[in-house]
Design a protein around this ligand. Sequence first.
Ligand code: CUA
Length: 336
Amino acid sequence: MGSAGLNPVFAQSGPAPQNWMHPGGIIARWQLNVFHVSLAIVLTVAAVVSVLLIYTLWKFRDRSYRPGLERKADPAGLPPQIDGNHTLEIIWTVIPVILLVVLAVPTVRTNYLLASPPPSDPIPVRVIAYQWWWAFEYPEHGVVTANELRIAVGKPVQLTFESNDVIHKFWVPQLAGKMDVIPGRINQSWLQADREGVFYGQCAELCGPSHAHMRFRVIAQPEHEFEAWIASYGREPQPRSEAEAAAFHRGMEIFAARGCSACHTIEGTVFQGKVGPNLTGFGSRMTVGAGIMSNTRENLARWVTNPGALKPGVMMPAHDLSREEQDALVTFLHSL
Ligand code: CUA
């Protein structure tokens, strides 16, 4: 995790998290196949043309040339002037046509595959983009979460994309290519993870000052773990231990008193704000601030006290909290 030189506050997701050449699902594999076919054709053409070019330069070089020697214009010394060659012209027209047809077959086929519905009955998920975070709603399960899309390995997920404000773009390099998320329009696509893992996601359309901080994760887990997560959703939050009970209740009070509850929902409680990310199950999230930082106590305390310092333009205001209040609030949030 993390690379030398990067701010340790900002969360990484394994080495080369945006390496789409290491696909984790069927959609990304189809897309990689098209790339491989194109790459093979391009490299073959480049190799043949380079060899012909080098051969021609060598074979037809001016053998009488010496550096510094003054050349006099001598029409009789010019090479033979050629005026077209039908055979060659037909060859260098027909070969590219064949190559384009060869390239078109997998390209068009893959486009139709991407636009077709998933092979088996998918889990529907509504993706709603906000400046600068993501909401994920599972309408069949009554689950709403933010910035972490949990899915079951081997099970397709049908995504519909909506935007709350400007144009965003959903991109999980190792699972699926980019999809525009446009206000007033519903786009659709699906994806599927074929192995367990945490797949890095990123908004890929410039959408304001914190566009680069509009990240997310797709967490692919075995189906029973996914089902368990769905089942545990929305239970009334409890302190994680007896020792934490006092801080937990104090944190819950602060959450209400400082206005957090005006914007955030926590299922199982009276807090039902709809402006910011839904925080139900927040304690199990890997990151804070829409994927930018690991969800540690220190990072969460920094976030709740001054989010604008970490994410320019963020809607959430700064909160002047004492050390004790920060601790209590963090304890409460981590117990969710
Ligand atoms: Cu949303 Cu860039």
